[in-house]
Design a protein around this ligand. Structure first.
Ligand SMILES: Cc1cc2nc3c(=O)[nH]c(=O)nc-3n(C[C@H](O)[C@H](O)[C@H](O)COP(=O)(O)OP(=O)(O)OC[C@H]3O[C@@H](n4cnc5c(N)ncnc54)[C@H](O)[C@@H]3O)c2cc1C
Length: 420
């Protein structure tokens, strides 16, 4: 039983942390809720940072998880611009960078992830950028506008979601864009080569140049400014700015120094949590990008770096902290918008896990649903410019359906007719 004199502390003022605080209150918790975030901004959502906000089409106010006044109304004590530097598990305290010590009864780690850095000469030049925070997006907006105005060149390292979304935004601003990617297709580690090609074609049609099968080895510059980006096959791409979009690493340092069990780095790392999002310490939980969940549906440990996982994982952890019975086994879900292509992906099917890709619709027209199957069972589905199908797609995955493949590929057959 949780009583009113308890203190629940949340480390990390992102979506997972803010939603956890909201849920503690909506579930009736009357003790202290303390939310500590090292950014100065109130908790905000990051997807617009590489889409509408980057393009100047969405207002700054629209990205925040709650209105600024909500925290006081909900009696959530906010410590912004403060970093938690240590956890003392025996004393049940956290220590902030300014020396303040705060006691907790239950602790939630929602520390998210941070962009991986390019480890090459020239990475410290002023024109080398990352994209994770609002301040990064503000800076990149100016950079893209200037590149568009001056016919400038942007080189993007990495053809993942963020690299491709920024490529689309940069083309809308009118910048010249080259994307350097070691794999043979974009989004290779998520979609595999079959469907990744759809995104290569989309961007090529909008004037993006790809350099596949190569890595950036050096960024050359003069007087602090970027001049070019070199790759390991000896090519040199002219560049005024470079975006490093080579993935994100979970922020596990705090958990690690507190002796919590971490997940295997080879499989994505993160803080290891059970199906109720509890870490190896019964009073400490983790959610969002940083949590590697014992996922019962896929029977593996999964760390999901997506919006929906923070949106739902924060509340699930809050309920578990309140002693409720939680089994977090949602079908992973994410979305992306690039030019006039909108997509939603549900499931989990990295290359090596599937043996068949079924396309339902017209991939050339970019209006289709792709399904990834193993031995006939649906593992994942992605709808591209086809809407309102997430529910049946997720049901096919959740129920481990082995549909008739011809019917699955036939858009005239309702998805609902394929359930087992
Ligand atoms: C540019 C961009 C675009 C994206 N677009 C999409 C999209 O289209 N679709 C999609 O599904 N997902 C998208 N994502 C991913 C999605 O935004 C993340 O999955 C989500 O932000 C994760 O939320 P989180 O709360 O776990 O972590 P975060 O949002 O990273 O928040 C964690 C917070 O904790 C703070 N923190 C860390 N350590 C400490 C500490 N020791 N003390 C205090 N504070 C600390 C961090 O600074 C940060 O503010 C995008 C991400 C980015 C960066």
């Amino acid at each position: 039983m949780v009583d009113a004199d308890q203190t629940f502390v949340i480390v990390g003022g992102g979506l997972a942390g803010a939603k956890a605080a909201e849920t503690l209150r909506s579930e009736g918790f009357t003790g202290r809720v303390i939310l500590i975030g090292d950014e100065r901004d109130h908790p905000y959502e990051r997807p617009p940072l590489s889409k509408g906000y980057l393009l100047g089409k969405e207002e700054r106010d629209s990205v925040f998880v709650h209105e600024p006044g909500w925290y006081a109304q909900a009696d959530v004590e906010l410590h912004l611009g403060q970093t938690v530097v240590a956890i003392d598990r025996a004393a049940h305290t956290v220590r902030l960078g300014d020396g303040t010590v705060i006691r907790y009864d239950k602790l939630l780690l929602a520390t998210g992830a941070e962009p991986r850095r390019l480890d090459v000469p020239g990475t410290d030049l002023a024109g080398v950028h990352h994209l994770r925070r609002l301040a990064h997006a503000d800076r990149l907006r100016h950079v893209l506008a200037a590149l568009g105005r001056d016919n400038g060149h942007l080189v993007i390292a990495g053809a993942g979601w963020i690299g491709l979304e920024v490529a689309a935004a940069a083309r809308e601003y009118g910048a010249e864009v080259t994307v350097v990617e070691p794999e043979p297709t974009p989004l290779h580690s998520v979609l595999g080569p079959e469907v990744g090609q759809v995104f290569a074609d989309l961007h090529a049609a909008h004037g993006v140049r790809f350099h596949f099968g190569a890595r950036l080895t050096e960024i050359t510059g003069q007087d602090g400014m970027v001049l070019a980006a070199r790759t390991d096959d000896g090519e040199e791409h002219p560049a005024h700015d470079v975006l490093a979009a080579i993935g994100a690493a979970p922020r596990t340092a705090l958990a690690e120094s507190a002796g919590l069990v971490l997940a295997d780095r080879a499989h994505g790392g993160g803080i290891a949590v059970d199906a109720s999002l509890r870490t190896s310490d019964p009073d400490i939980y983790a959610a969002g990008d940083v949590a590697a969940v014992d996922h019962r549906l896929f029977e593996t440990r999964l760390r999901v770096e997506h919006w929906a996982n923070a949106l739902n994982g924060g509340p699930a952890a809050a309920r578990a902290m309140l002693g409720k019975d939680v089994r977090y086994d949602r079908v992973p879900y994410f979305f992306s918008d690039q030019y006039d292509l909108g997509m939603e992906y549900s499931g989990w099917a990295p290359p090596g896990s599937y043996d068949q890709v079924v396309i339902r619709g017209d991939a050339a027209k970019r209006e289709f649903i792709a399904f990834w199957l193993r031995e006939g069972q649906v593992l994942a589905g992605m709808n591209v410019n086809v809407w309102d199908v997430t529910e049946p797609v997720q049901r096919l995955i959740r129920e481990g359906t082995h549909p008739d493949v011809e019917a699955l590929a036939d858009p005239t057959k309702p998805l609902e007719s394929l359930f087992g």
